[in-house]
Design a protein around this ligand. Structure first.
Ligand code: PHE
Length: 346
């Protein structure tokens, strides 16, 4: 038995197999313990010799199992350590591509942040708009060219119930001037970002684009407030050294009306006249003006008496601001969603 058991111990190649050997030879039902339990029944003269031999065999076997057990455990630990080893010098997983906001979204948010910082609230309004809000209440004459079906998208056959006028895709965010004044009495300081639509398409025009409207109405508002506000805006968006310039212009709903230029930041960079401003040193960024008293006439009953309040308004194209700021030559690339283009911003 002792011989067999020793061979079995040596052949056990795992700690689990060794445990089986232990149960087989030393467990409760095994031969050797049985033998030891039977010693008491032997004739007295045999007890001493048999008992001693069996005990020695058992102790030897226990010792052999213990020794083999330690050796197997050490070997198994070694295998596990080798298998689990991490090579910290291997290169890591390649970085995951990171998404980002579209450059137009970034630009819109930047513009919003500037005006929110100046105390303006942000409003939104309908893109499908009535001719009343888009043109009539903004003092457009009945024959104003912007009303033409070649310039503006009309919703065929639709009629706006409240104002009994035709329905268009808004051509600017200015109709929200009227809606904002109908909703809230003065003082009013709001900006309105949103989509607008015109029948136009080339490198600097897309049929759908984005504007941010601004409207401030209060007592004692002057053109100087408009200029100061837009100077702050320009410096926040285009850099601290910018200047602004107002040029006379015409819009039906502001009087006087101006086009606003910002001093060219491209020329400033290398000191010489640049292509972007074509050497003039100025870039046109938006249209603006003092709210025309005729426009207040449409919202007089909402607290906008033209003898009591004045206001300034402005409207800018987000695509144009982004194109100037980032030097984007063709704004149509903003809509083709080529990640190689979009990745370059932010
Ligand atoms: N709505 C005008 C446009 O689309 C811009 C503008 C807004 C001008 C407000 C004056 C005041 O071109």
């Amino acid at each position: 038995i002792a011989e067999q058991a020793r061979t079995a111990v040596e052949q056990a190649s795992t700690t689990a197999a060794l445990e089986q050997v232990r149960v087989q030879y030393l467990g409760r039902k095994a031969e050797l313990p049985n033998l030891l339990r039977g010693v008491a029944e032997l004739p007295p003269e045999q007890r001493g010799a048999v008992g001693k031999a069996a005990n020695v065999a058992r102790r030897d076997l226990e010792a052999a199992i213990a020794a083999r057990g330690e050796a197997l455990q050490a070997a198994e630990l070694e295998t596990r350590l080798v298998g689990d080893r991490v090579d910290v010098t291997l290169p890591g997983d390649p970085p995951q591509p990171v998404g980002r906001l579209h450059v137009l979204t970034q630009t819109r948010r930047e513009i919003e942040d500037v005006f929110v910082g100046l105390g303006f609230s942000v409003l939104e309004g309908p893109e499908v708009e009535s001719v009343f809000y888009n043109f009539d209440a903004l003092n457009h004459t009945p024959t104003h060219p912007a009303r033409a079906r070649t310039d503006t998208f009309y919703i065929e056959g639709a009629r706006h119930a409240d104002t009994d006028t035709e329905v268009v895709l808004r051509t600017h965010t200015s109709p929200m001037q009227i809606r904002a004044m109908q909703e809230t009495p003065p003082p009013l300081y709001v900006i309105i970002p949103g989509r607008v639509y015109r029948r136009d398409s080339d490198a600097t025009h897309t049929p759908q684009f984005h504007q941010v409207e601004g409207l401030a109405v209060d007592t004692d508002i002057t053109l100087a407030d408009l200029k100061g506000t837009l100077l702050d805006f320009s410096r926040a968006i285009f850099g601290p050294d910018r200047e602004v310039r107002l040029r006379p212009h015409f819009f039906p709903f502001t009087e006087p009306s101006v086009e606003v230029d910002v001093s060219c930041f491209n020329c400033a960079r290398d000191g010489s006249p640049c292509q972007v401003c074509k050497g003039t040193g100025w870039l046109e960024i938006l249209g603006a003006g003092m709210v025309d008293p005729n426009v207040f006439g449409y919202v007089r009953e909402h607290g906008y008496d033209p003898d009591e309040v004045q206001g300034f308004a402005f409207g800018m194209g987000i695509e144009r601001i982004a194109a100037l700021k980032y030097g984007i030559p063709d704004i149509r690339t903003l809509y083709t969603n080529d990640v190689r283009v979009l990745e370059q911003f932010g």
